[in-house]
Design a protein around this ligand. Structure first.
Ligand SMILES: *[C@@H]1O[C@H](CO)[C@@H](O)[C@H](O)[C@H]1NC(C)=O
Ligand SMILES: *[C@@H]1O[C@H](CO)[C@@H](O)[C@H](O)[C@H]1NC(C)=O
Length: 335
């Protein structure tokens, strides 16, 4: 399935129009927004962050985009990309410094004409893209996210690296080779993406000291970042989906922020953890307001059917009355 050229043209026309309005003066932009966001319920724009080894132009991502538009007509979809080229974007899922990657995405979303003038956006993260979107919310959240859905994400990290699917995958092989320098070296932490969400409770001190990403966005260090908590608490809903037979993201319970003891296999659920009890990220607050969903999907990692996706799009990304539902967000949009 490929996006029809007519819908692409329409989108370009919309973008061009918004640019044009911006150039003329600020007032028409504000009026245009009021007109666009102040009437019938509309679906908010949807932002997608894809997973490891994928690219924003991959056929699977295009199919998901098309389905999102079919289920909730009028949905504007933006697929996050770190590089313009297909190969470069895929490579950036293995290599890079996540601090810089998340900052880049903050700039991308804040400068995208349609997203930045929307009262809010929805967000869908596939696998590692899920914890990265959460980092976007914690660190930037401008435009603000209303509903976040993460699929098979590694919110509590991984304690085992995925082996490459094929010997001919040189990008993946390169990442494996990098690991030889040691997970906790600055060299690896600044360059290898999965190492930055590696978390083994058996090596907790090294993790706290050296993790370039996860220990920070999970607010596990002594000094807590209250912005992270405040931004996550502003979510309307956070749906965490775990694949029942996931053998790729290890442990799969990480999708629900659970901690697993690699030796004994014992699972400590989110609600039993200090992260929750002391509400480092606002997850307890969200849970008490019934805004935190623990959901499962049958099957292995990221084996998604149209049926499952359709249900998710209906449940989380449907039309909303922007004027009544999100007045505070509209106020925030002021000049
Ligand atoms: C990652 O990038 C940030 C921002 O440029 C930098 O401060 C940090 O030291 C980098 N991480 C590592 C492990 O080098
Ligand atoms: C994991 O379980 C083993 C065996 O029960 C135990 O000895 C070890 O202390 C546990 N590790 C952690 C980090 O809790």
């Amino acid at each position: 399935m490929i996006l029809s050229s007519s819908s692409l043209n329409k989108r370009e026309a919309m973008i061009n129009m918004t640019y044009h309005l911006r150039l003329v003066s600020l007032l028409p932009v504000l009026l245009a927004c009021a007109v666009a966001w102040d009437s019938e319920p509309v679906p908010l724009p949807l932002v997608i962050w894809h997973g490891l080894g994928d690219s924003y132009q991959a056929d699977g991502i295009k199919e998901v985009t098309q389905l999102a538009e079919e289920v909730n007509p009028g949905t504007y979809v933006h697929v996050i990309h770190l590089e313009e080229s297909d190969g470069g974007d895929r490579q950036a899922t293995f290599f890079g410094n996540l601090t810089e990657q998340v900052a880049h995405v903050c700039d991308q979303l804040a400068s995208e004409p349609i997203l930045s003038t929307a009262p809010a956006i929805n967000a869908l993260g596939f696998s590692q893209g899920g914890q990265f979107l959460r980092a976007y919310i914690e660190r930037c959240n401008s435009p603000p996210v209303r509903n976040l859905v993460t699929m098979g994400s590694q919110h509590n990290g991984i304690f085992k690296f995925q082996s490459c699917a094929s010997a001919g995958d040189w990008v993946c092989r390169g990442a494996e080779a990098l690991l030889r320098y040691g997970t906790w070296s600055d060299f690896v932490q600044s360059r290898l993406v999965p190492a930055q969400y590696f978390r083994d409770p058996q090596e907790y001190d090294s993790y706290l000291e050296h993790s370039n990403f996860l220990a920070d966005i999970n607010n596990e260090r002594e000094e807590k970042n209250t912005n992270y908590r405040n931004n996550l608490v502003s979510l309307n809903r956070f749906g965490m989906f775990m694949f029942e037979d996931d053998t790729t993201a290890i442990p799969k319970e990480s999708a629900w922020f659970a901690e697993v003891n690699q030796t004994s296999g014992e699972v400590t659920t989110l609600r039993e953890r200090a992260l929750y009890k002391e509400d480092w990220l606002g997850l307890r607050t969200l849970d008490e307001q019934e805004k935190l969903d623990f959901k499962t999907v049958p099957g292995p990692h990221m084996q998604l059917t149209d049926k499952v996706l359709t249900q998710i799009f209906e449940e989380y990304f449907g039309p909303v009355e922007v004027d009544n539902g999100l007045p505070h967000l509209l106020v925030k949009q002021g000049p």
